[in-house]
Design a protein around this ligand. Structure first.
Ligand code: 13P
Ligand code: SF4
Length: 319
């Protein structure tokens, strides 16, 4: 017999869900790529860096993390006293999947013998806890430049797993980091041709794209920013129309924070391929069930937790 099905009419409104979670001592954290219902149900919505900081400073006994698995692992590492659980344990990430710890360890050894010096491994936070444990320091889209610049210029760097973010960092810092060949299945699909059509159809608009986008899309953009940077720009810039090159649910967040503007999704509102299929696995029904059952849990094995936490702490010191 399958699990009982929760009817949508059984699910309370977002504000009620949040209050109920508060009563139960559960902190609900959500990434800006979650749908509007989940964002509205959360105590805190943010980018990967803000969510990591929120977990690190929390004294909650339980965290329901609405995002993908590597984000929940990060919360478990930074808030070890909390039971961390998620709406859907299968919510993964193509970037995290592209870099397996065993493969990374072999490549680090290979580079060490080739260069005569072990490279510093900088890992984008979109990776597993096991990969974080093999890394010297973690970064997010919001602090990647500062993290790379914190490493002495003579030290060779291996950047994992996103080749697009890594390429953008090489361009903007002048470093020549070795890049792992991973990419985000959502940002990889943004098309520069569609973007240019949108730009021609919307004169005076400002294009903002995420550094996980391929170089032609980044080059055609006015600003390359992580999701927190996009929110800041939308509040500060004098433009009123923004073409947004990132996951589609970010538009909901932008509309909440700066409702005076018009936001147009690249590659186009009629196409759902800019929605992350992993993030979409989390639904209002699964969130409600997770709060009822306090599961499924995300637990990081001890032997991985210690070195992974060290790499995260090093990032938090830089940022
Ligand atoms: P940021 O929120 O850090 O910009 O990350 C984007 C992302 O792809 C998360 O999966
Ligand atoms: Fe991973 Fe891309 Fe989805 Fe973010 S949007 S979770 S990087 S697959």
């Amino acid at each position: 017999m399958g699990a009982p099905v929760i009817s949508l009419t059984d699910i309370p409104e977002p504000a009620e869900i949040r209050d109920l979670a508060t009563e139960r001592g559960i902190l609900v954290l959500a990434h800006s790529y979650q749908d509007g219902f989940i964002q509205d149900s959360a105590h805190f919505v943010g980018d990967s860096l803000e969510l990591a900081r929120e977990a690190a400073k929390s004294d909650a006994e339980a965290i329901c993390f609405c995002g993908v698995h590597f984000m929940a692992e990060t919360a478990a590492l930074l808030c070890p006293q909390a039971e961390v659980f998620v709406p859907d344990l299968n919510a993964g990430c193509s970037l995290a999947d592209s870099c397996e710890a065993e493969e990374l360890a072999k490549y680090q050894d290979y580079l060490q013998s080739k260069l005569g010096k072990r490279p510093q491994t900088v890992a984008y936070i979109n990776c597993t806890a096991a990969v974080k444990a093999l890394s010297d320091i973690i970064c997010t889209s919001g602090n990647a430049k500062a993290v790379v610049e914190s490493i002495p210029e003579d030290d060779p760097i291996l950047f994992v797993p996103d080749r697009h973010l890594g390429g953008w960092l090489n361009e903007t810092t002048g470093r020549n980091m070795e890049l792992w060949n991973g990419s985000c299945m959502v940002h990889e699909l943004f098309s520069v041709d569609t973007l240019c059509d949108l730009q021609m159809a919307n004169p005076g608009s400002v294009t903002i794209s995420h550094p996980e986008c391929p170089k032609p899309v980044r080059d055609a953009s006015d600003y390359v920013l992580g999701t927190a940077g996009m929110l800041r720009l939308a509040q500060e810039n004098s433009a009123t129309t923004f073409l947004v090159g990132t996951e589609g649910n970010m538009l909901y967040r932008l509309e909440q924070v700066a409702p005076q503007n018009t936001y147009i999704s690249a590659p186009g509102a009629s196409c759902a391929c800019n929605l992350c299929p992993h993030m979409q696995l989390n639904t209002s029904a699964k969130l409600w069930e997770a709060l009822e059952t306090r599961g499924p849990r995300v637990v990081v094995p001890m032997e991985i937790a210690h070195p992974a936490r060290r790499a995260l702490d090093r990032m938090l010191e830089v940022a």
